[in-house]
Design a protein around this ligand. Structure first.
Ligand code: NAD
Length: 480
């Protein structure tokens, strides 16, 4: 049985969950789960460890992160296979995710020196407050303390790395709650960090429920910051509770990213990129291109090529090297997707389906022609392989459609007109607008996140997380 990691100890608990293999629809492994009590204990250990850990010389902390990256590299195939088995993510994509996680640990080790640099201010340039002539004012950055990290199911390695590496680098201690669907990768990563020399108590990895482990992290006053990635309803409810106990919050939530294709776009490129943007990991990416908006002059041609490409997607066993699309995470998601497609059909959508997988939680890649704003798939985030394709006449209508949800994570525009691309980039409400490329682009060191119901608080990214999870303190000294 897989243990929890409680302040560095592997603990097998009485309570357990069965983690499923979505590719087979069968049990994969039994995993120990923490409850409120273990979570309180982990937070206490992290709080006690903070004093020593935050005072360690920076080079000591960065050495641990670099060593962890080396061990992860050595064990990368095992990590990727574990990730695929519990998440159903095709093995080729799982390897990319593990590589990104390794890179994140290295970047955190490299970038922390710069981010923690403070400043001195020329206060002798100000009239007020009086007495500035000989006063020296400087700023330093200090870690917050215990940080709670709540992870989604879809990026068990990358999300772990984004939340753990920058926080450890700045001297915070961390209690991680992975998703109950994909907790095993997180437990392995926790083991690796202790093998790399992390002092006891600094990190716990606690598989467990949102209403137990999650709720304790959110409510506990010793936790000073929360970094959450997951759905919008869960994120907004956590944020409202977390701020009442004075916590810093970084909430990375859902999205319904538009891909806007103008008549002068490179059609072949727009089709192949937007198919991959929607169907990679069976549509279960926050920044998947979830709504495809196409100018009317090229709508029929685009649709035909898009549907052809979707029908040729190789769907099946995620462990198979040639698989392009695997299963979704659970049987209940398959049901939700069926309902969403049925809703589109009754509201005038024409449905095109690709290859169906067998044995596990498969949902055939699906295209909805004639998508319109009455459909659920054009309003809510659909976390699965369903692509609505809607028509627009001019750029104004494209902006209206693009901005017609409450989300605002990323967006893509395909056009050969640079001025139009820039105009659209300014008009679309999103954390990032990508010209002639995928909504899926993310540079792990740069700020990433959304506006509206896609994000609350700071952006995520190596530097952004370090800035968000430290306090800037001013120190003033009168030298006269
Ligand atoms: P989810 O909201 O169901 O769960 C996320 C985490 O929150 C899980 O660990 C869950 O156990 C926990 N949780 C649930 N209820 C809780 C509570 N009351 N208190 C504390 N914790 C609680 O999300 P999911 O299905 O695992 O992930 C998919 C979602 O994540 C999608 O909406 C996707 O868009 C989003 N996502 C966003 C980003 C981003 O960077 N913006 C990245 C990846 C995924």
């Amino acid at each position: 049985m897989i243990p929890i990691i409680l302040g560095g100890e592997k603990v097998v608990t009485q309570a357990k969950i069965t983690v499923m293999d979505p590719g087979k629809g069968k049990p994969l492994n039994e995993v120990s789960v923490a409850g409120r009590e273990e979570t309180r204990h982990a937070i206490e250990l992290a709080d006690q460890a903070f004093d020593h850990f935050s005072r360690l010389a920076l080079k000591e902390r960065t050495k641990i992160l670099e060593r962890a990256a080396e061990i992860m590299e050595k064990r990368s195939e095992e990590l990727a296979r574990t990730l695929t088995a519990e998440s159903g993510k095709p093995i080729r994509d799982a390897r990319v995710e593990v590589t990104r996680a390794i890179h994140l640990f290295r970047s955190a080790a490299q970038e922390v020196r710069l981010v923690l640099e403070g400043a001195t201010f020329r206060v002798d340039g100000y009239e007020y407050p009086p007495g500035n002539e000989r006063r020296m004012v400087m700023s330093v950055r200090e870690p917050l303390g215990v940080v709670g990290a709540i992870l989604p199911f879809n990026f068990p390695a990358n999300s772990f790395a984004h939340k753990v590496a920058p926080n450890l680098a700045v001297g915070n201690t961390v209690v991680v709650k992975p998703s109950t669907s994909t907790p095993i990768t997180g437990v392995l990563l926790g083991e690796i960090l202790y093998e790399a020399g992390l002092p006891k108590g600094v990190l716990s990895v606690l598989p467990g429920g949102g209403d137990t482990v999650g709720a304790e992290i959110v409510e506990n006053r010793r936790v000073k910051g929360i970094t959450f990635t997951g759905s919008t309803p869960v994120g907004t409810s956590i944020a409202s509770k977390a701020v009442t106990t004075g916590k810093r919050v970084m909430m990375e939530m859902g999205g319904s990213d538009p891909i806007v294709v103008f008549k002068d776009a490179d059609l072949e490129r727009a089709v192949s990129i937007s198919v991959r943007a929607r169907f990679e990991y069976a549509g279960q990416n926050c920044n998947a291109g979830k709504r495809i908006l196409v100018q009317e002059e090229i709508y029929e041609k685009f649709l035909k090529e898009y549907v052809n490409r979707v029908k040729s997607l190789r769907v099946g066993d995620p462990m198979d090297e040639s698989t392009e699309m695997g299963p979704v995470i659970s049987a209940s998601v398959v049901k939700d997707l069926e309902n969403a497609v049925l809703d589109s059909e009754t509201k005038g959508g024409v449905i095109h389906r690709g290859m169906a997988g067998t044995g596990g939680y498969y949902f055939a890649p699906t295209v909805v022609e004639n998508a319109n704003l009455d459909m659920v798939i054009m309003k809510r985030e659909i976390f699965g392989p369903v692509a609505p394709i809607a028509k627009f006449s001019d750029w104004k209508e494209a902006v209206e459609l693009a901005n017609s949800t409450e989300y605002g994570l990323q967006a893509s525009i395909f056009t050969s007109d640079l001025k139009l691309a820039l105009k659209m980039s300014r008009e679309i409400r999103a954390g990032a607008v990508i010209v002639n490329d995928s909504t899926r682009l993310r540079w792990d060191s740069l700020p990433f996140g959304g506006v509206g119901l896609s994000g609350i608080g700071s952006r995520e990214g190596v530097r952004s997380t370090m800035l968000a999870m430290t306090e800037e303190k001013l120190i003033s000294l009168d030298l006269s």
